[in-house]
Design a binder for this molecule. Structure first.
Ligand SMILES: NC(=O)c1ccc[n+]([C@@H]2O[C@H](COP(=O)([O-])OP(=O)(O)OC[C@H]3O[C@@H](n4cnc5c(N)ncnc54)[C@H](OP(=O)(O)O)[C@@H]3O)[C@@H](O)[C@H]2O)c1
Length: 261
């Protein structure tokens, strides 16, 4: 019998790498994508699980990049789509380069939507498939000094639940993985190491990914890994946004701005 097939974006490092490892360990053939050559090393490693792994280096912030990924699926039936690629951006909004702002929105929102639109249609037509979207508990919080990133995750969290409701009864499930701070390259890449949130102890990406993978396989609507994150998100839901925005300042204000006050 042919093995099932999973597509994982942002699989070169962090949570996506661990999600891809879960898929390989469970016997799924894989198509994995990221923007840098390291993705090919990951493919070599994952093949040791005895599954077929294809890697593609492509910029998922662009329509062309998403089209390349779609074409690399070569009409193979996608059983699992793990739309995980994303990037952060720390600092005061007005101090950020606008090209970085658009890149975050294009990667986290536009590219993710376009990919899900293409693959989701095939799944709906077939009446089968599972989609995992990596949102974040950041989506519950107005992210002072991380304003655009948190906005993109609020979008994905909300979108995920709405799409799930639209696809009810179709055979296609949508699960939103909403991690809290997790130990990956994310904070370094987002220029957030001079913030409390960048330095604090964080969750293990392997554990976060395992919980996300299991929730997707169960067909759950969402998963917030870790009891502290569950508590934080429950509190956020009953707290005014003005209070949350001020609280976010205390963890995300860059040292350079805080010390200058
Ligand atoms: N770490 C956290 O605290 C945390 C918490 C909640 C949610 N998340 C979410 O989890 C997801 C994974 O993040 P992570 O923490 O694992 O960070 P990470 O280690 O930096 O991984 C990000 C992955 O996304 C890929 N990627 C980024 N931009 C891309 C683009 N334009 N095209 C193709 N691939 C791209 C990266 O590949 P390249 O290196 O090749 O660009 C990398 O594989 C993100 O959606 C993030 O928002 C993270």
């Amino acid at each position: 019998m042919a093995r099932q097939f999973a597509v994982v974006t942002g699989a070169s490092t962090g949570i996506g790498y661990e999600l891809a490892r879960c898929c390989a360990a469970e016997g799924f053939d894989l198509l994995i994508a990221a923007d840098e050559p390291r993705i090919h090393d990951v493919a070599r490693e994952l093949r040791q699980h005895g599954v077929d792994v294809t890697a593609i280096e492509t910029d998922l912030a662009t329509d062309v990049g998403v089209d390349e990924l779609y074409e690399a699926m070569q009409d193979r039936q996608v059983d699992l789509l793990l739309a995980n690629a994303g990037r952060g951006l720390g600092g005061a909004f007005l101090d950020q380069d606008f090209s970085d702002v658009t890149d975050v929105v294009a990667t986290n929102v536009i590219g993710t939507l376009y990919l899900i639109h293409r693959v989701g249609r095939d799944m709906q037509f077939r009446g089968a498939g599972r989609i995992l979207i990596t949102g974040s508990i950041a989506g519950f919080l107005p992210g002072t000094y991380q304003a655009v990133y948190n906005g993109t995750k609020a979008f994905l969290d909300s979108f995920s639940f709405a799409l799930r409701a639209e696809l009810r009864g179709s055979g296609v499930t949508v699960t939103c993985l909403m991690p809290g701070a997790t130990e990956t390259d994310f904070f370094d890449r987002a220029d957030m190491l001079d913030m409390r949130i960048g330095r604090q102890k964080k969750a293990d990406p392997a554990e976060v990914a395992r919980q996300g993978f299991d929730a997707m396989m169960r067909g759950d609507g969402d998963i917030v890994p870790g009891w502290m994150n569950k508590l934080r998100s429950a509190i956020a839901l009953v707290t005014p946004w003005s209070v949350l925005a001020e609280r976010h300042r205390t963890v995300a204000e860059p040292d350079s701005l805080r010390l200058a006050d």
